[in-house]
Design a protein around this ligand. Structure first.
Ligand code: AMP
Ligand code: GLY
Length: 372
């Protein structure tokens, strides 16, 4: 089966690796040097909707898989489907759950899905009064997509106010920050939960934990994620049952009821409190990065058929079984604010050989390969 994979990051590299193992003939757009070692690539930007459709038609693509959030929020999956290309990825209307934190909060309120109390602020003149409604410094979130940098977990009211004013008055994130969500800070353990869905039924990937601080010892600034492992032990059977009943099922039902069924992977960022009660921190409309790298490496069952079934509205409720796996990220100097580009990691072949030896006692041998 020929698959068009849109994107070119580490997440898409892991997806390409998995799909090729499942027998897919993958074309990645734009892909990356690493993906080019596994699959064909086409130098088309994910924003190039017309070119992507042309490529998919020319290559008789049977499934398109959209990796990053921006093209989904911008409607790429709608355009591909309208062109008759079976697509794994939500419509722009469904992807708004990630594209607007205000939309996500309002959605959760409408459908009684557990999440932290929040205030939406559009006018800087309303900020002080909104801040006073919190007893602890709130988390400040730019409403729109901000490349993973739009959230400030403030440790004082002054810091929260500064972060909100940077968005509202100084255009820190441009249009994405013209309104901000102030949210009660939750405590507990975070879990990234992934439901591959056709809009009604869903198949869960191994729940993961990702680690966001740049430095060793959980120090330094927040990043998009420096490492992840799956499964996460905190997500035991009780937590699982609660999360599915109070969050995943009502989210999918709510989206269907609002005429925006979600076809793709619904990524729910959860906070599990000390009593094992899950609340939603955020929704994403795509696979996680770097969670995918761990999940695809550990996955024991094929993924391709599940994505095809979801795209065709024919998924069975399922759980995708995985062996434990972990991924560790390395960052270029200056990351996350001003990362250098083009640095070379020498002796990579030796490192991957070493990882093979290091990992093999824990991971099932047929899945191992030096390509990751
Ligand atoms: P997001 O960009 O929404 O993924 O948020 C980035 C990170 O900020 C999350 O992964 C959490 O670690 C943290 N965060 C977001 N919202 C909250 C909250 N209400 N309470 C505590 N931490 C939060
Ligand atoms: N690792 C978190 C994310 O992909 O948003």
């Amino acid at each position: 089966m020929r698959v068009l994979l849109i994107g070119g990051g580490g997440r898409e590299h892991a997806l390409a690796w998995r799909l090729v193992r499942d027998g897919a003939d993958v074309i990645a757009a734009p892909g990356s040097d690493a993906i080019a070692e596994l699959a064909r690539t086409a130098a088309i930007d994910p924003a190039g909707t017309g070119e992507l459709i042309e490529l998919a038609r020319r290559e008789r693509v049977e499934l398109a898989v959209v990796g990053p959030e921006q093209p989904l929020v911008d409607g790429l999956a709608d355009a591909l489907r309208a062109a008759g290309i079976p697509t794994f990825g939500p419509s722009a209307a469904a992807a708004r759950l990630e594209g607007s934190k205000a939309d996500a909060k309002a959605f959760m309120r409408r459908h009684e899905i557990p999440t932290a109390a929040a205030e939406l602020v559009r006018d800087p003149a309303d900020l002080s009064a909104a801040l006073r409604r919190f007893s602890q410094p709130p988390v400040v979130k730019a409403d729109g997509l901000a490349a993973g940098k739009g959230v400030t977990v403030a440790s004082s009211f002054a810091e929260a106010e500064q972060a909100a004013r940077a968005c509202l008055e100084r255009d820190r994130f441009g249009a994405a920050g013209r309104q901000v969500v102030l949210e009660q800070r939750l405590t507990g353990q975070e879990v990234s939960l992934f439901a591959i869905t056709d809009g009604t039924r869903f198949a869960l990937l191994a729940p993961a934990q990702d680690h966001k601080r740049l430095g060793d010892g959980d120090a330094g600034p927040n990043t998009g994620g420096m490492g992840a492992y799956a499964p996460a032990p905190v997500f035991d059977s009780d937590v699982r049952e609660r999360a599915l009943a109070s969050i995943v099922a009502p989210t999918l039902a709510g989206l269907r009821a609002e005429g925006r069924p979600f076809v793709g992977v619904l990524f729910v960022g959860l906070m599990i409190d000390a009593d094992g009660l899950p609340q939603v921190i955020e929704y994403n409309c795509r696979f996680g990065d770097p969670e995918t790298q761990a999940q695809m490496f550990g996955l024991r069952t094929p993924l391709l058929g599940t994505l095809v079934d979801a795209a065709h509205g024919q998924l069975r409720d399922d759980e995708l079984v995985g062996d434990p796996a972990a991924v560790v990220g390395m960052a270029a100097a200056g990351y996350p604010d001003t990362p250098g580009r083009g640095d070379v990691i020498p002796d990579l072949a030796e490192v991957t050989g070493l990882l093979w030896c290091f990992c093999s006692p824990w991971l099932s041998l047929p899945l191992l390969g030096p390509v990751m």
